[in-house]
Design a binder for this molecule. Structure first.
Ligand SMILES: [Cu+2]
Length: 480
């Protein structure tokens, strides 16, 4: 028998039922977030930001950092932090040899700082964690674009806040081109697709839930800000720029239907020799550019980009997004891997190392504070003083074998070469050019890095940014 409270409950359910279309009633009564079925929303490509003005050698941009509401899940407006109201941020396209100048204005209630990940920039424009843009203030970032073509990305770096800021939306792609990139027969325009891939947790009202370090509880995959979208593709070759924009989620990407990737670029630009890959590991902040040839499947095939990464040894597979291959033959039969040269770029000879340092990444088992060489980040301490123009070997150790925590070491300013991992040479596609290196629990990795551009202080840190927010960060200073 119904008591009065039940009757009131039912009454309110009836009222809700009258107000909502049928399909949404179940959602309104559920504690589950209103996440749609996989592959039910079309992929969105973030807008390319237009310069506010251009001179013969410089493009100027203005970006407002602000809280907005975004349509991420159907029928819901989600509070997000955005660059110019775009989730993810607008794409900046730059050309080598032309300056990019970005004025960032902070309209949030918390301090911000903007780091251009993977870029060779002066220390004053690096987005150092304590070079804060206070609420209501602006800062001008100068990017000289004096490095090879690469898929870079910009994101917040305000110390202790970067993890939450990035999680709530402060990230965007920065695509740097150069004459080599332009001369290679690579897909362009709408066939050159940036994919910022991350995970998130939503509450039943479709709002972000941010619990630091809650790596096993961010079940919703977002690609360019939408849940498991689909993209209708022509039967031709596409250039996909895979960016792991997740806080702490590693991905192991593969394609369904037996399709392969042709990897052409890593973090810092083109591989010397393209690599055929069945699976590609990308941990937070790592990038890979791949060519995917949709002519290799029958017309009408649905190809799924999958993730098979698992924190445990338990087999895992989940869907990231879907490519719906068209029925028509491509109107345009090229460019594809067959027309690529065997060698995309020449190997950059790196210097001979004159110094070796070791960095241990390990959480304090008592406090669970994330540390490098036993210490939390201290802006008043320089962890490595490096003479300009020299080359060093950094030995990086993940000591978190007991807790089984993976880490990813990122150095600002430089691209480095991964020499070896646990004594074994790193495969070429994962060796160079790199700005972030993966470390499984117990891994011992050696990287070779030359400091021959700018002088000044720059951070190095775990790019599981929930870890760097909890002080797994140091700083090096390049001195004249
Ligand atoms: Cu870490």
């Amino acid at each position: 028998m119904l008591n009065r409270r039940d009757a009131i409950k039912l009454g309110s359910v009836a009222a809700v039922a009258m107000a909502l279309p049928g399909g949404r009633l179940a959602a309104a009564l559920s504690d589950d977030p209103p996440v749609p079925a996989p592959f039910s929303v079309p992929l969105r490509i973030p807008p390319v930001l237009a310069p506010t003005r251009s001179t013969p050698d410089t493009d100027y941009y203005n970006i407002q950092i602000r809280e907005t509401e975004q349509k991420i899940l159907p029928g819901v407006r989600t509070k997000t932090l955005t660059y110019n109201g775009s989730f993810p941020g607008p794409t900046i396209r730059a050309r080598r040899g032309r300056n990019t100048v970005v004025t960032q204005t902070n309209g949030m209630s918390t301090p911000a700082t903007v780091h251009l990940h993977g870029a060779n920039v002066p220390a004053s424009s690096d987005g150092y964690p304590l070079d804060l843009i206070e609420p209501g203030q602006s800062r001008v970032y100068h990017y000289p674009n004096n490095q090879p073509a690469a898929t870079l990305w910009y994101h917040d770096h305000a110390h202790h806040m970067e993890a939450e800021h990035v999680y709530r939306g402060l990230a965007g792609a920065y695509l740097l081109s150069d004459p080599i990139d332009q001369a290679l027969p690579l897909p362009q325009g709408k066939f050159d697709v940036p994919l910022l891939i991350r995970d998130a947790k939503f509450d039943k009202d479709g709002q972000f839930v941010f619990v630091p370090d809650d790596f096993q509880n961010r079940p919703t995959i977002l690609v360019n800000g939408l849940p498991q979208p689909y993209l209708k593709v022509q039967r031709r070759v596409y250039r996909l720029r895979l960016i792991n924009a997740a806080n702490i989620q590693p991905f192991t990407f593969r394609l369904s239907n037996g399709m392969q990737f042709l990897q052409i670029a890593s973090d810092g630009g083109f591989l010397s020799i393209p690599a055929v890959r069945q699976e590609i590991d990308l941990w937070p902040s790592e990038r890979a550019e791949v060519l995917v040839d949709f002519r290799s499947v029958a017309p009408g095939t649905n190809v799924v980009l999958e993730d098979t990464f698992s924190f445990t040894n338990v087999e895992s597979k989940r869907s990231i997004m879907q490519f719906q291959v068209g029925h028509n033959a491509a109107q345009f039969d090229g460019p594809h891997s067959n027309t690529l040269p065997d060698r995309l770029v020449d190997e950059v000879p790196l210097g001979h190392a004159t110094n070796t340092r070791r960095f241990l990444m390990q959480a304090d088992p008592n406090t669970l504070e994330f540390l490098i060489n036993g210490k939390p980040f201290d802006p008043n301490r320089v962890d490595a003083t490096i003479k300009h123009g020299t080359t060093e070997i950094w030995e990086i150790v993940n000591g978190d074998t007991a807790l089984q925590i993976p880490h990813a070491m990122h150095l600002h300013l430089v691209q480095f070469r991964v020499l070896d991992r646990n004594g074994n040479p790193e495969p070429a596609y994962d060796a160079y050019p790199k700005d972030t290196v993966r470390l499984h629990p117990g891994d011992f990795v050696r990287i070779l890095v030359t400091f021959n551009s700018y002088i000044g202080r720059y951070p190095f840190h775990c790019h599981f940014i929930d870890h760097s927010s909890h002080s797994m960060m140091g700083q090096f200073e390049v001195v004249a």
